[in-house]
Design a protein. Sequence first.
Length: 383
Amino acid sequence: MELSQRIARSRPLATTAMHGRVDAMKARGEDVIDFSIAISHFPAPDSVLQATRDALSQPALPYTTVGGDAGIRARLAAKVVRENGIAATADEVIVTNGAKQALYQALYVMADPGDAVIIFKPHWPAYVATCKLLGLVPVLVDLPATITADFLASLPPARILIINNPHNPTGGVLSGDEIERIAAWLKRTGTRAIVDESYEKLIFEGAHISLAARPDWRDIGIVTLYSASQSYAMMGWRAGFAVAPAHVVTAMETLQGPITAAAPMLIQLALAAAFESGEPAAMLADYRQRRDLVLDLVHGLPWLTMHCPASGPYLWGDISALTMDSNQFAEQLLSEHSVALMPGEALGAPGFIRIGYISDDIATLRRGVQAIIRFGNARYRSR
Ligand code: PMP
């Protein structure tokens, strides 16, 4: 059967495709170390597991309103008031199957085909892929070290600016000044914003400031995305939510209704419990130790420059001193050493590699990084 032209033009997400490839290799019995995406080795918080068990002992789990059960939405609104300083009410919250679904729905209701969406690169691949699925035009702009007023003034006109704070893959966290400048620019230009705060709990250094923590967030048109995947090690639970002005939430429900209806009630309960469980301190300490271990191992390599990330489960390395591009690097590393990572090409930055370092035990992490070092050293010598 012939497929629609729409989907025939599309490709699977580079990140999920690489992960799927690794899964298939593992299913064939191959010993692969997977740094391609970040799947935490931590369990979900105890309170989430308990809330789930309690829910399963109820006689039934009903359908809920598309945007989520009213009580759950009120608890999530309380979370963003308490933790993010966003003055939102329950009808300004929509529960989704992960931030990915919220992103798709937000873009769908905020822009029309042909509209421009500014995305800073390097970028999470789903931003570009989702724009393309919706016929929006992703406009990729290099993310500067600091977001200045001059930089913002140089941006082309667009319907939407996507901000990822904390940032995948660099680990950057926006300062209060940067947030202020972005807000002023949005207001002046009438651009709306989607702010993805999926990594808000994974900050090692610096404070997280939400762009929507201001009384005029509705007028500016800010939609903020949250996810339990990374913040609470709940990748497979597919649990997230968005905070948006009420009419935007209603529009997102109109889209969500015929597709998935509400997120599963069980997941809604788990999501609310997760975001009430506070800071994942033990997880963060473990990630920090791993981050520092990898930085120690790669320190001083002439072909790899890796800055210490202020947040997140990734290390982002510059390999432009090698004569190979990062796609070749990733392919050859996988076939010769059975270690998978994400080539920067997939994130809009050829010449870089991304290592997700939170999945396996420390010994495996060390073994994988040592294989990367051996591989890179050999390629560097034969330049
Ligand atoms: N946003 C970004 C930037 C991410 O990297 C991720 C995890 N890969 C997510 C959101 C999480 O999405 P989801 O809630 O759909 O798992």
